[in-house]
Design a protein around this ligand. Structure first.
Ligand code: S3P
Length: 173
């Protein structure tokens, strides 16, 4: 049995891009929890937040975390807050190694502005200030996971770094 590799970290830190690269080089299936929620509910994340509310979205995240905890050999990119819910983290970590992609508020701001994806939590007049606020609020929780600094790094470099980390964890076992 092969443990899942789980990527967490704030929005815009590159979890999906890096996860897809890892899946390719490690020959594993890639899954993205936001994408699963969209497929299972037939609504965009933006619409779920608007029509059903944040609590309903968090319940959907928990359902997806429980589904994925029953699977193996995956690369999982998680929505930015999913692993900060203890119930979700406990379920996924039963069969998974976690890495947290970390970046400054400025890096994140530049990336989320550039990728054009709609993020309900950043739909405010001053998204940079909101990013900084949420990063501060979540710092201790993200800090519990092994950190991968992604500032000024290419996705291929980050994926390579994670692969080396996985190898060293496997050697230690
Ligand atoms: C969220 C992050 C988003 C998505 C939702 C809420 C968050 O995922 O799950 O908009 O609270 O950090 P990404 O990190 O994939 O953008």
């Amino acid at each position: 049995m092969k443990q899942n590799i789980i990527l967490t970290g704030f929005m815009g830190t590159g979890k999906t891009t890096v996860g897809k690269l890892l899946a390719e080089t490690m020959k594993r299936e890639f899954v993205d929890t936001d994408e699963m929620i969209v497929v299972q509910n037939g609504r965009s994340i933006q619409t779920i937040f608007r029509e059903l509310g944040a609590d309903a979205f968090r319940q959907m995240e928990t359902a997806v975390a429980l589904q994925l905890s029953q699977r193996e050999n995956l690369i999982i990119s998680t929505g930015g807050r999913l692993m900060l819910d203890l119930q979700n983290a406990d379920a996924l970590m039963e069969n998974g190694i976690v890495f947290c992609l970390a970046a400054t508020a400025e890096t994140i701001y530049a990336r989320v502005m550039a990728d054009g994806e709609k993020r309900p939590l950043l739909n405010v007049p001053d998204p940079l200030a909101r990013i900084q606020f949420l990063l501060d609020e979540r710092a201790a929780d993200y800090g519990r996971f092994p950190q991968i600094n992604v500032n000024n790094k290419k996705p291929t470099t980050i994926a390579y770094e994670i692969e080396r980390e996985i190898e060293s964890v496997e050697i230690e076992k």
